[in-house]
Design a protein around this ligand. Sequence first.
Ligand code: ADP
Ligand code: MG
Length: 248
Amino acid sequence: MTTHTPLLLAVEDLTVSFDGFKAIEGLNFYVDTGELRVVIGPNGAGKTTLLDLICGKTKPTEGSIKFRDTELTRLREHQIVWKGVGRKFQTPSVYEGLTVYENLEVSYPEGKTVFGALLFKNTPKVDRKIRETAEAIFLTDMLERPASELSHGQKQWLEIGMLLIQDPELLLLDEPVAGMSVRERELTADLLNRITEGRSVIVIEHDMNFVKQIARKVTVMHQGKVLAEGDMETVQSDPRVIEVYLGH
Ligand code: ADP
Ligand code: MG
């Protein structure tokens, strides 16, 4: 018997260099199973690049990214998705012409491959999953509306839903509350606190009020490295963190 929470993600000695500029340099970063981790840091710190590296969009110059026992740096982007890593980019990309229901339906895993699409039957199980997901993302009332009618914040939720319906073990969210109203931010905090059941989530954010509502452990990045890590209080009182933020 062990009480230790198993590591889900281990990023070690990670470096990526763009024409000699190191956007990530010797980074070590560990996430446990069931963790909601917030990554903060000034613009240009390398936060988005870190997510690009985890999801395989960018390949590192050096270092390792282990997801359980799998070395992700050797895999292609779609293989990383199959392994259970879902990524949401900064700008929402939903199918504007499809309804909320259809957006969730096409994101359902078995609907995805060419054969899957041809053979795909919307069974009661799929229908239930779509409705559960819609409820989780506050869009039950909008199920039959085209996505084009959603507010920017609702589109962000829909995109989170399109990832959730695939049941990823690790969810990567890049500034999910950008462009959201205060009320939408509160609901999103609630959503993120709920979806960590059975999965880990890494959220990049720089809205400090929002971070306070969700943060358990915070990683502060600066110039491609981890500057500080700990709970919100520890990190906020760290002189190095204060300096970096005041410097902006
Ligand atoms: P953050 O998300 O923390 O604001 P980014 O990860 O987007 O920062 O960027 C980190 C640094 O790396 C920035 O200076 C950015 O200009 C640079 N960068 C990111 N991607 C590329 C790229 N593909 N080519 C060249 N430079 C890049
Ligand atoms: Mg960014």
